[in-house]
Design a binder for this molecule. Structure first.
Ligand code: A3P
Length: 317
């Protein structure tokens, strides 16, 4: 509603004036607003405002995990957390056994908004759903995870059904599909979001790593090693011979994480949603599950847009 939105303009008057931005129907919030070519939920724009005013800055040696929602963020949070802290934790008492990955790796824009009075997070690992063109300036390394948009859309739609506030009307799958393909799904257009990071990974290969969910699925061990190398701490021969890489990928696997008590029955405090059940971040964890939910026509349309906007190389290499 207008009154709530108006309050946020007062907090970020010079940076973002919500009333002047084009808006569309949101999925988890009433509206999404178009800013620098992307559609953001109202709360996220407030975080973006805080970041732009530089009230909050990531530490220079931070690692930022970036993703379009439902592309494998939870999995990559777990992997990056386990890889970068591997000398600190024992596998029997590992924090991932008792905390959901979203509790261990905060979301940059949400954190910026909520922690204005305490702007230094005590973590070097953060996450963002923002488009590349709206990230705060920094020299952080970035790992982006890409997923087939058909699976992203199906996953998003199920997620939204579970989390959409009850006072907002239901969004059908055809409606969600329509918004997604037209580009005004939250954080969309999906394809521009991907392209921003893909181009950055070509331009700054030492700073930006572009990973695919499907590749991670195919060979988690190879990709865990790639991640450790990218972070500047490759696995040593000793670590490999002790089976550390295998143990990390097992710990972060869908089967392991989704069956932990904390992720079956636990909750965590979301930044914009007070209590989030951890199990909503684990549904199928498969490649290609969207074919069981999307119509043939939807699949054709999405594949055609992907072919046109991203080109085949991105889908097959
Ligand atoms: P599905 O809904 O297709 O099952 P995000 O973490 O970005 O919100 O994405 C959620 C998607 O990743 C969901 O996809 C979820 O099941 C899947 N997922 C969560 N943890 C995973 C893991 N450890 N391995 C593989 N997929 C995982």
């Amino acid at each position: 509603n207008g009154a709530t939105e108006d309050k946020s303009y007062l907090e970020f008057p010079d940076i973002i004036t919500l009333s002047e931005l084009p808006k569309e129907r949101g999925w988890l919030s009433e509206h999404v607003h178009q800013y620098r070519g992307f559609w953001y939920p109202t709360g996220i724009l407030q975080g973006l405002g805080a970041l732009q005013q530089q009230w909050f800055k990531p530490k220079p040696d931070s690692v930022l995990l970036a993703s379009y929602p439902k592309s494998g963020t939870t999995w990559l949070k777990a992997l990056l957390f386990a890889i970068s802290n591997r000398t600190q934790f024992d596998f029997n008492t590992h924090p991932l056994l008792s905390s959901n990955p979203h509790e261990l790796v905060p979301q940059l824009e949400a954190y910026a908004f909520k922690h204005l009075t305490n702007p230094t997070p005590n973590t070097c690992l953060m996450h963002s759903h923002l488009a590349f063109n709206s990230l705060p300036e920094s020299n952080c390394k970035i790992v982006y995870i890409f997923r087939d948009p058909k699976d992203v859309l199906a996953s998003c739609w199920y997620f939204v059904q579970k989390l959409r506030p009850k006072d907002l009307p239901f969004i059908s799958l055809p409606e969600a599909f329509d918004q997604f393909t037209k580009g005004y799904s939250p954080f969309g257009p999906f394809w521009d979001h991907v392209m921003g990071y893909y181009k950055a990974s070509l331009e700054y290969p030492k700073r930006v790593l572009f990973l695919k969910y499907e590749d991670l699925k195919k060979d988690p061990i190879f990709n865990a090693k790639r991640l450790a190398e990218f972070l500047g701490h490759p696995f040593s021969l000793e670590e490999e011979s002790k089976g550390i890489v295998d143990r990390i990928t097992e710990l972060c696997s869908f089967e392991k994480l989704s069956n932990l008590e904390v992720n079956k029955d636990g909750t965590h405090t979301g930044f914009f949603i007070p209590t989030i059940a951890n199990n909503i971040f684990f549904r199928q964890g498969k490649v290609g599950d969207s074919k069981n939910h999307l119509s043939e026509e939807m699949i054709e349309v999405l594949d055609e847009i992907t072919k046109q906007k991203l080109g085949f190389d991105l889908m097959t290499t």
